[in-house]
Design a binder for this molecule. Structure first.
Ligand SMILES: [Zn+2]
Length: 294
């Protein structure tokens, strides 16, 4: 380590310089030294260490440092710190899921909730774990919790929710759940899922009627594309090919639209990132809802 005669603030600054130069190992050693001395500088040292561990994807260390920092009453209410800690747990849980260790993954999700009890990603992961081990009822509960607490994420839960209800052989309950959310003007993904359910249960005509009825009240381009897709086979050859062209064109335009946006810096993307690639904040990227307007 450095001579103890260097002040804490000088050593912290040096660590920051190491980090910006990409010399993470050196920064880590220096910060570990500061941490072991148990001086007031240790809180700043912990913050920098968390940055390093996040960059190096050393999730266990990132979790431990976050827990130490959050044990200090001066920091324990910092929302961004808590959100980050929950995501480190989720990242670690995803590693265990890849290794097919659902038990360990579930423990980490519990830990994630201890940092941030409404974390959407943790709820989605828990649902995936429960689904994986065949607890379809519990998985359904997790997903419904997301729908209630984070309605903007509804498009993310429909796929797994449909799978769970299918396993439970209870599609009517799924249809009822979706129908009940229609008056709130939900994301168009709910309307499409419902149209699919109606189609499977009662055929194309019933689905067309449902979509027609809904879109008249709450027009949406994505909904219209689906309606065209159902109606084209029933149209005459000439009109049918024109409608096909219209459907393809609108679909192409829609596919270029971003599906997610960071509500901190405005970054837009087609994929969901929990950590914004632009402003590097957790949990700021949300699905862009399309509900009943062009
Ligand atoms: Zn951002």
């Amino acid at each position: 380590g450095l001579e103890p005669s260097f002040s804490d603030s000088t050593r912290l600054q040096l660590a920051v310089d190491y980090i910006s130069a990409g010399l993470l190992d050196r920064a880590e050693r220096l910060l570990d030294d500061i941490l072991s001395e148990n001086s007031p500088a240790k809180w700043d040292a912990l913050r920098h260490l968390i940055t390093i561990y996040q960059t190096e994807k050393e999730w266990e260390k990132a979790i431990n440092c976050s827990a130490m920092l959050l044990a200090n009453s001066a920091y324990k209410k910092e929302a961004e710190l808590k959100a980050a800690a929950a995501h480190y747990c989720c990242e670690f849980a995803e590693q265990f899921l890849k290794e097919e260790q659902p038990k360990k993954a579930r423990e980490l999700i519990k830990r994630a909730f201890s940092f941030d009890k409404d974390n959407v990603r943790a709820s989605l992961l828990l649902a995936r774990i429960e689904q994986l081990v065949g607890n379809f009822k519990s998985a359904t509960k997790c997903l419904i919790k997301v729908r209630k607490n984070n309605p903007e994420f509804i498009s993310q839960i429909l796929g797994p929710l449909a799978e769970c209800y299918e396993q439970l052989q209870n599609m009517p309950e799924y249809e009822e759940l979706l129908s009940n959310s229609l008056p709130d003007g939900p994301d168009v993904s709910v309307v499409l899922a419902l149209s699919q359910l109606v189609k499977n249960r009662a055929g194309d005509e019933a689905a067309i009627e449902f979509l027609n009825d809904y879109l008249t009240k709450k027009p949406s381009l994505t909904g219209l594309v689906e309606l065209l897709r159902l109606q084209i086979p029933k149209a005459g050859a000439k009109v049918g090919s024109n409608l096909s062209l219209l459907q393809l064109t609108v679909d192409k335009v829609l596919r270029k639209n971003p599906a997610y946006q960071c509500n901190h810096c405005g970054y837009e993307s087609r994929n969901l990132y929990w950590l914004c690639p632009s402003c590097k904040k957790w949990d700021k990227i949300k699905p862009i809802m399309e509900s009943g307007s062009f």
